[in-house]
Design a protein around this ligand. Structure first.
Ligand SMILES: NC(=O)c1ccc[n+]([C@@H]2O[C@H](COP(=O)([O-])OP(=O)(O)OC[C@H]3O[C@@H](n4cnc5c(N)ncnc54)[C@H](OP(=O)(O)O)[C@@H]3O)[C@@H](O)[C@H]2O)c1
Length: 240
């Protein structure tokens, strides 16, 4: 397999934890120069200690154009732009029990991804690519996940439009299933049991690892012939 990431500038918004951070690690191993960004100091400190100087860690919110632009300016040119930020509320309620505000708050992910792309596009180099992250609810309707599913579906469709409008810049989206990351830390000590029961009916009966999804993102970044595509890394959740 060719390594098209060596020496390239990779910016990962939502890269201070979970899938984005695992992607940073792999991109570093492939010889890329990597910047990751997130909001909270806790994740920033965690990413810094894991990085040990191998990649740059910055503070930025997907909704903050100035903070995003400062990172792109620092990179100078961006060869790979990734957003793996959660970016909005994870509204988990039956549709009729949600308020308009809760439904809209889930879409903050989409507005943030739009801002990452809009502010980043002037810095994209020749031969560059954008990779975003959706999620299996987009194409696997499950009770109480309508907000997540609608946002994920919107991200996937935005990617197809961007792939057409920005070509030859490549634009892809990776769709994770249930992955063991900080996103589920609110379960506390119950986290492992809850993740196990959430995945018990999947074809691969376990939660995925962040590194497994990162491999899907790296594929989208590295392969120069893939664009406008959704790559599922979901342990077969869509078929279960
Ligand atoms: N884990 C799963 O099972 C799963 C399933 C389907 C889809 N996904 C999607 O996969 C992506 C990555 O999720 P993950 O599981 O890796 O989550 P995670 O472990 O919570 O990591 C999310 C990262 O994004 C950052 N972030 C969140 N909101 C942000 C914002 N508004 N601006 C900038 N950075 C932000 C977080 O740092 P701060 O919070 O400090 O900002 C962190 O660095 C998300 O888009 C998520 O919706 C995950």
């Amino acid at each position: 397999m060719s390594n098209n990431l060596s020496g390239k500038n990779v910016v990962i918004i939502g890269g201070t934890a979970g899938i984005g951070l695992a992607t940073a690690e792999l991109a570093c191993e492939m010889g890329a120069k990597v910047w990751v960004a997130g909001r909270s100091q806790t994740h920033i400190e965690h990413a810094k200690s894991l990085s040990a100087g191998r990649f740059e860690v910055r503070q930025a919110d997907t909704h903050d154009a100035d903070a995003l632009t400062a990172i792109y300016e620092e990179a100078g040119q961006v060869d790979q732009l990734v957003s793996a930020a959660v970016g909005g509320e994870r509204t988990l309620k039956p549709f009729l029990e949600q308020t308009d505000e809760q439904f809209k708050a889930a879409f903050d992910k989409l507005w943030g991804y739009g801002k990452v792309v809009r502010t980043g596009s002037p810095f994209l180099a020749e031969g560059s690519a954008i990779t975003l992250v959706s999620g299996s609810p987009a194409r696997k309707p499950t009770a109480a996940q309508s907000a997540l599913g609608c946002v994920g579906g919107a991200v996937e469709n935005m990617v197809r439009y961007l792939a057409v409008e920005l070509a030859p810049i490549r634009v892809n989206v990776v769709s994770p299933g249930t992955i063991d990351t900080a996103m589920f830390d609110h379960f506390g000590e119950e986290k492992q049991n809850r993740l196990n029961s959430m995945t018990a009916s999947h074809l691969i009966k376990r939660p995925g690892a962040a590194a497994e999804v990162a491999e899907g993102i790296i594929f989208a970044m590295n392969n120069r012939f893939v664009t406008g595509t959704t790559i599922d890394v979901d342990g077969g959740r869509l078929l279960s």
